[in-house]
Write a protein that binds this ligand. Structure first.
Ligand code: COI
Length: 356
């Protein structure tokens, strides 16, 4: 795609936040990327403009029917000054998987990566360098026809915003407590569970709020049909170490195919560990705990990176994993993935992409 990205720089740069108090998703940089789609014309007019509110018609389709998708990725500044992205092509490929499910026209994957590189380069001074921080990149596409009938929009906007972030969970790398959700469901096969679409997250909030009231960080979703098999946390995929083997739920249409999940599987295998992708029931997890073979549990995600799980609550049955402490594998994965991401560990997989 030979589109030229027009760049209009802000005349009023914002003050940058304290790098040690970033939290997640609270601050936004000086610029944003926008590209429009019009049926018959395709994607056009890519531009980087000062970060500002969007002006939308109240009938904008996305506001009513949620025809929208998003991605999450991160940029890091290496000690030698290089700016690194982590597997950006994977995110752009996943945009097209989500787009296809939501009837949104595909983007050009290479151009998407180019757009990310360009906006990160423009706002590179916003990449935080404090331990555990990064520049979170949020590409998203929204349906913009002002129309109240239910059909695919004929116009869209592809936008990329950037946010300097610290840890996603207040716990940081310390183990989180997870509530096993038995009333609500996240997704079913044939639905949109594998797509990164807004509705999945909107539908998860009620369960998350109820779990929070009980003192839990997040919920673990079970399959929507039998409420028996473990799916994902919603902000992360999950892994268990049982009797020396690493097990993660297989992707069967209702789980998001996480890029950190994929990277973790590859890393674990490269360390000689046995990794199995298969259905795993919540009963099997509890049985493994009962017979002393559940060694570790952790989540993987772009925002969360690696998040050890220290406790599960399933219908009031509470189990503690690895005495509530960070497990050996979770810690090694966290250190290796963040080390590759920030350029401190040699990237033998060719996962990092430099922004120049
Ligand atoms: C991510 O890990 O990037 C996500 O999109 C999860 C969450 C912040 C919604």
């Amino acid at each position: 795609m030979s589109l030229q990205i027009r760049i209009e720089k802000t005349k009023t740069p914002k003050q940058k936040p304290d790098q040690n108090k970033l939290g997640f998703g609270q601050y936004f940089t000086d610029h944003m990327f926008i590209m429009d789609y019009t049926e018959g014309k395709g994607w056009h007019d890519p531009r980087i403009v000062p970060y500002a509110p969007l002006q939308l018609d109240p009938a904008t389709m996305m506001l009513h029917y949620g025809q929208a998708i998003f991605e999450g990725m991160k940029a890091y500044k290496a000690k030698d000054g290089r700016i690194l992205l982590f597997r950006p092509k994977k995110n752009m490929e996943r945009i097209n998987i989500s787009n296809d499910r939501l009837c949104i026209p595909p983007i050009d994957v290479d151009f998407g990566v180019e757009a990310v590189k360009t906006i990160v380069e423009v706002d590179k001074d916003w990449i935080p360098e404090a331990e555990g921080t990064s520049l979170y990149i949020r590409p998203f596409i929204i349906a913009t026809d002002p129309f109240l009938g239910v059909r695919p929009s004929q116009t869209y906007m592809f936008i990329i915003i950037l946010s300097p972030v610290g840890a996603y969970y207040p716990e940081g790398i310390n183990p989180v407590k997870i509530y096993i959700e038995t009333e609500y469901v996240r997704a079913v096969k044939g639905g949109v569970g594998f797509a990164k679409t807004c509705g999945n997250y909107a539908a998860s909030i009620k369960a998350q709020m109820e779990a929070k009231k009980k003192g839990y960080t997040q919920v673990l979703w079970l399959d929507g049909v039998e409420r028996k098999y473990i799916e994902e946390v919603g902000t992360m995929n999950v892994f268990f170490k049982i009797n020396g083997e690493i097990i993660t739920p297989s992707l069967e249409g209702s789980i998001l195919a996480g890029i950190t999940r994929d990277s973790s599987i590859e890393l674990l295998r490269s360390w000689g560990l046995k990794v199995t992708e298969r259905r795993i029931s919540i009963q099997e997890l509890y049985d493994a705990h009962a017979n002393g073979t559940l060694e570790e549990a952790f989540g993987t995600g772009t925002a969360a990176v690696i998040s050890p799980i220290g406790e599960f609550n399933w219908n009031g049955n509470i189990i503690t994993v690895n005495q509530g402490k960070i497990g050996e594998i979770s810690e090694k994965l966290y250190n290796t993935i963040t080390g590759i991401q920030n350029g401190e560990i040699e990237d033998i997989f060719g996962w990092t992409v430099e922004v120049k």
